[in-house]
Design a protein around this ligand. Structure first.
Ligand code: EPZ
Length: 430
């Protein structure tokens, strides 16, 4: 299993190219199941989760060509990939595949809309919380689907003439359930109105792609999305939007180590709340023609309280990284997690580096310390792992981050991007 060794203490200076967003690429790839034509996606990040989803889509009959060739490009940055699903080969998404990645459950929407049936394994629990699928099932039932759970699988069947548009209000905001409802409603009979929809930029990106495929989706990015059903969708070419979580992660790394880095190819409008929070903490952030420039000013790191919320609030996917930053602040900050009930696994690992953090329910109290000291650490999810990397960059001495496969799920060429900016980061294979 690979590990990452970090010798901390260097400032970050240079340019970091920001990749296409993992959490946009995954639903966009799944949307290829809605049409028999080719969906071409540009700027798809080269990540383990993307590769995993390609295997799942292949199982459903999607033919995949990377950069026009059929072989995989193993060493590339974000790529152009063509997805063609002439016919759905299999409407079952088996446990062995779905259990590895929760987002693969989302195939239920397109399969049901196009084929009238889907049998998809329940994704099961995950390290950051119980993560049920009740909202997906209620939403699809509102479109007329009959849902039954049998042997760990969800069996969903559409009425004879296909799904039927309806008004549905989510009792709680869910990114995944919003993606699935939107995709399912594109091919339903009549109009669907989704209320209390997720407003994340990735939802807007999916809606834009669906519209390029001939769907009639309006209101994405607001709380109410309207989808007028059409009889079929066509192919399209779409560019995956930049990864706002990768952007925020590197911005926090610079705020923590000090330095001057341009995050190229990103867009500050995707993460205004997080950038404002970082500014309050003492980073100077400016928009440039090519992206964002992050400079850490000379005033040290100020403590700032944050509460995670659905977009446009502070993202839960940046909570761990911000906590790493706050471990070096000049006071006490409070970080409250409201999205997932168990997303504090990084706390005990940050403590190994000398952080002072106490937990009380969903709130962490972080007392800044003047220095962190390197240590061996590991984490059980993607964002927690990267928070340990950025803490390691600012710690004295050597930090070894174990279980690097979590990082490979969501950060394209992490070591290379950091090394180019002066960090001493090395992947060690065993
Ligand atoms: C997406 O997960 C992201 N994943 C997550 O990023 C992100 O943390 C999350 O949205 C919140 O922003 C992808 O886009 C691939 P939710 P998702 O449904 O869609 C509860 C990362 O690190 N809920 O918005 O699974 C759920 O348990 C990942 O990249 C129900 O109760 O999240 C959670 O408490 C991790 N019933 C809350 O809603 C349901 O049926 C929000 O989850 C569905 C969700």
């Amino acid at each position: 299993m690979d590990r990452i060794k970090i010798s901390g203490g260097n400032e970050l200076r240079g340019i970091i190219p920001i990749s296409g967003a993992k959490n946009a690429a995954l639903p966009l790839m799944i949307a290829s199941l809605l049409t028999s034509d080719t969906l071409t996606l540009e700027n798809v990040p080269h990540l383990a989760d993307v590769e995993g989803l390609m295997r799942i889509l292949g199982n459903h009959g999607v033919d995949i060509a990377v950069n026009g060739r059929r072989e995989r490009q193993e060493d590339g940055y974000s790529r152009t990939i063509h997805f063609t699903c002439r016919t759905i080969a299999d409407t079952t998404a088996p446990y062995e595949l779905v259990s590895k990645m929760r987002a693969s459950f989302w195939v239920i929407g397109p399969l049901l809309a196009r084929e009238g049936r889907a049998r998809v394994s329940l994704p099961g629990g995950c390290a950051i919380g119980t993560r049920p699928v009740d909202l997906f099932l209620e939403g699809l039932a509102a479109l007329g689907a009959e849902i039954e759970i049998d042997g760990g699988y969800v069996n969903a069947t559409a009425p004879k003439g296909g799904l039927i548009g309806n008004h549905y209000r989510f009792p709680k905001v869910s990114v995944g359930a919003t993606h699935v409802m939107m995709m399912a409603a594109t091919l339903a009979n009549g109009t669907t109105v989704i209320e209390n929809a997720a407003r994340e930029p990735e939802v807007v990106d999916l809606a834009n792609c669906l519209n390029a495929m001939g769907a009639k989706v309006s209101g994405a990015g607001t709380k109410t999305i309207t989808v007028e059903g059409v009889t079929s969708l066509s192919g399209a070419r779409h560019r995956v939007l930049p990864d706002r979580i990768e952007t925020g992660t590197y911005a926090m790394a610079v705020a923590m180590t000090g330095g001057d880095v341009t995050l190229e190819g990103t867009d500050g409008a995707l993460l205004e709340n997080a950038l404002d929070t970082l500014r309050q903490a003492g980073a100077e952030i400016t928009e440039t023609p090519s992206g964002l420039r992050v400079v850490r000013n000379g005033n040290g790191i100020q403590p700032v309280d944050v509460v995670t919320e659905p977009f446009p609030g502070f993202p839960t996917d940046l909570q761990a990284q911000f906590m790493a930053l706050m471990t070096r602040s000049s006071g006490v900050s409070h970080i409250t997690e409201t999205i997932f009930e168990n997303r504090f696994m990084h706390v005990q690992e940050l403590a190994r580096l000398g952080a002072r953090i106490s937990l009380s329910g969903q709130m962490a109290r972080v007392e800044g310390v003047s220095r962190l000291k390197g240590a061996p650490v590991m984490a059980t999810d993607l964002r927690a792992s990267v928070s340990l990397v950025i803490a390691g960059l600012a710690a004295e001495g050597e930090t070894v981050v174990n279980r690097v496969y979590h990082l490979d799920r969501g950060f394209e060429r992490l070591e290379e991007k950091l090394t180019r900016c002066g960090a001493i980061v090395q992947r060690v294979s065993e």
